[in-house]
Design a protein around this ligand. Sequence first.
Ligand code: NAP
Length: 473
Amino acid sequence: MPSVAIIGAGFGGLCMAIRLQMAGTATYTVFEKAGDIGGTWRDNTYPGAGCDVPSHLYSYSFEKYASWTRRYPEQPEILAYLERCADKYGVRPRIRLNTEVVAAEFTGERWRVTTAAGDVEEFDVLVAGVGQLNRPHLPDIEGMTEFTGTSFHSARWNHGHDLTGRDVAVIGNGSSAAQFVPRIAPIARRVDLYQRTPNWVIPKPDAGFTLPHRLSFRYLPFLQRAYREWIYRRVEATFYPALRRNGWSAGYVRGLALKHLRDQVPDPELRARLTPGYRIGCKRILLDNAFYPALTRPNVEVVTDPITRITPRGVGSREHDTIIYATGFETSDFLAPIEITGRAGRTLAGQWKRGAEAYLGITVPNFPNLFLLYGPNTNLGHNSIVFMIECQVRYIMACLPHIAARGPMEVRQDAMDAWRQRLERKMGEMVWQDGCRSWYQNADGKVTGNWPGTTTLYRRLTRSPRLEAYGWG
Ligand code: NAP
């Protein structure tokens, strides 16, 4: 089997490592820049961090877990699940922690991988599992560096800074802020939430699993499989259509969101400020039961005036001792800042200047034997990204024997062009450019994040490599 370098030990990189391990090949190395595994579930430790996809679906199909304590468990449980997977499948010895890959260059036959420490090693195949939400985005606001209080990004939570009795400014109101604002509001003296664009929010049907539930899942595995399948089919059938321009469920989901707002926010003036003016689904729909109630607290204010500057004492004319940037991630420069050089000295950053793209979101012309997990146009607005990652890993595993038999595998430019046209046609059916800006888009407004089809279609398209696309027909 070809040797494989995997970058990142989050859901994607671990899945790749586990599948290689299960296939009985130990010729892989996982490079992880942080001191531990877990990716986004290691980084996002803010109070209330969790996933808005039920964990019975947001987990590997080959490693179902019967003991989730609730439908939507929080970050510690998800991280513990990943750690257990790494242990159970014995991949830890092949993970190099605190080892950042800074460059990878295709030599004509193999990938030469360089780490920040200056070590160089060669592998046949390079798999990038760095995710789309791994580098915190900090805004560029005048005066930011002059602030004399404590400030941090939500994905780099400062647990040493007690928020009790503090005057806190939260900048941003996406999924992260929606989860931690209800946790900090009861202890802070005041929370000013700076909202640039309101989000659509629907109820989160969360519930705990009782012991009988958990025992049933453990001892009646068909029940757990059926439950997982039911969640999958429900989100696919109800929420995917809501993201389509003529989707049948958009009105239904919008109705849910408006009712949720009416039920939870009695004040009409605040309700008006929280009502989005763009089509539902254009930005990520939030699933949350605690965010709106937190915003109605007397010590919380939703501030919609644009932020003009940050002073040493707070945001604009207000005084704060803490600023929390819930301002999302650098999402469109996939793989940055790793310098990836393919055939004939081409760099990935150069090739993707007008937007990242990859055939099936996995392979890139001019970059033989490079495979991406959770690459361009494979994010979802409605279902489990772990499902997409497993499709990609299955595809890569199917490519490896071909590489072993025939040498480097490179997707043809015409296959990439045909894929782009197909994506663009499908993208025209979706709502992600209908009156909003979001992290799904790059700086030019092109949607480089999301997959515009059903996940069932993606699974079918990635079931096995079409060898003609690689010039091996
Ligand atoms: P996000 O959705 O990208 O939200 C960033 C927020 O910061 C937005 O409200 C944005 O305003 C605001 N912002 C950015 N720059 C700003 C500036 N210069 N001035 C004022 N406001 C600014 O980030 P996130 O909340 O961290 O979530 C990112 C993604 O992570 C989610 O969409 C989701 O996929 C995932 N996530 C999921 C969960 C979950 O499962 N529940 C939890 C956390 C994260 P605009 O909207 O106006 O741009």
